[in-house]
Design a protein around this ligand. Structure first.
Ligand code: ADP
Ligand code: MG
Length: 347
């Protein structure tokens, strides 16, 4: 972590400390979802625990702040590198299930833990670009330039400010016309794959944030990727449409990208107050077994606030349950990546 990012990490941790003082006094007014996870109910820890003395002043910290320290990783602990670079398409044609939130937060978590990450925004709404605070006005170099105008990937990627090791290819609204503009282009479903193959930069993780459809943009992502991560909301209609998605992944694997497979399922927006959330989670685990990440992302107002500040939940509120859950999920994903046979997913 660069000195600048370290200062920033310390500032955020201090903010978490001061918030904790208020939170413990005023526990009842904590957001419901924090209470629902049971986390805010655990007593604040003894004020004798301290943030590392070598790095900055002694601070009396309680649980939230200590979680913030783990999440922002000022000590520079690293997650294991994958046994080969991983390109993961984050897809689900249902909107609002947490695709973009997952791309942003898993990307930030992996990068904060020393892995080199590229997030490719492939949704014309540009929400991942917003969440990472990367400029994406119409006309700027973007994923549209790569898909439609033959721009080189390395010429359109931008560094994400405040997070070392993290780059983003933004999406502009121009992308909304790309599916139509690509109709007459040869090998139109291989545009992103070709751009990735030609890119001289290498990354440990490339995460592709898909739009909520199974059109040509998502097909480009499925062809370019080796793995699919499906976020599933722990809610009633969550499993609807999943069959169609799996069918399409199968079609792409059969016809265009034989190595493609669904490798990761992430349960999102889990609300521990409802029985339904558990039922959905159990059903998903029964069906997808070990592909389901153990860490579950809770429904949390803080998670939904973060993009409004151009931030991930990890940098916006590092001590929150949303942040710790995303970091835990990223760690599992990294550990699975390190354990993969080197040849797996290679054509
Ligand atoms: P998608 O990309 O699948 O459409 P998003 O990631 O944009 O979904 O999430 C949809 C909305 O839900 C956004 O407003 C986002 O901020 C919010 N959101 C995502 N994850 C959570 C969560 N764990 N808790 C609460 N709100 C969330
Ligand atoms: Mg999205």
């Amino acid at each position: 972590m660069s000195p600048g990012s370290q200062d920033e990490a310390q500032r955020r941790i201090r903010a978490a400390v001061s918030r904790e003082t208020v939170d413990t006094r005023d526990m009842i007014s904590r957001p419901q979802e924090e209470l629902a996870t049971g986390d805010a109910l655990s007593p604040p820890e003894a004020s004798s625990s301290h943030v590392s003395r070598e790095t900055w002043d002694e601070l009396p910290i309680a649980s939230e702040a200590r979680r913030a320290v783990d999440v922002l990783n000022p000590a520079g602990n690293t997650f294991p590198r994958p046994s080969r670079p991983r390109t993961i398409c984050i897809a689900n044609q249902k909107g609002g299930v947490g695709k973009t939130t997952t791309a942003v937060n898993i990307g930030v978590a992996l990068a904060l833990h020393g892995l080199k990450v590229l997030v490719i925004d492939l949704d014309p709404q540009g929400n991942a670009s917003t969440g990472l605070d990367v400029p994406h006005h119409s006309g700027l170099p973007s994923s549209y330039s790569v898909l439609v105008e033959d721009a080189k990937l390395e010429s359109v990627m931008q560094r994400v400010t405040g997070v070392d090791n993290l780059w983003c290819v933004p999406a502009t609204i121009d992308l909304a016309g790309a599916e139509v503009e690509l109709v007459s282009v040869t090998a139109r479903e291989r545009r992103l794959e070709a751009a990735l193959d030609e890119c001289p930069e290498s990354f440990d993780y490339i995460l592709i944030d898909c739009p909520p459809s199974l059109g040509l943009l998502t097909v480009n992502a499925l062809v370019a990727a080796k793995e699919v991560l499906i976020p599933i909301q722990c809610e009633y209609y969550a499993l609807e449409g999943l069959g169609q998605l799996l069918h399409n992944v199968g079609l792409v694997a059969e016809n265009l990208n034989p190595v493609l497979r669904v490798s990761t399922i992430l349960l999102t927006m889990y609300d521990g107050r409802t029985k339904l959330a558990d039922q959905v989670a159990n059903e998903v685990r029964t069906h997808f077994k070990d592909d389901v990440v153990n860490a579950v992302i809770p429904r949390s107002v803080r998670v939904s606030e973060a993009p409004g500040y151009g931030q991930s939940i990890i940098t916006y509120d590092p001590g929150s349950r949303g942040a710790t859950s995303y970091v835990a999920a990223a760690k599992e994903i990294a550990e699975r990546g390190a354990a993969m046979p080197v040849g797996e997913g290679v054509a």
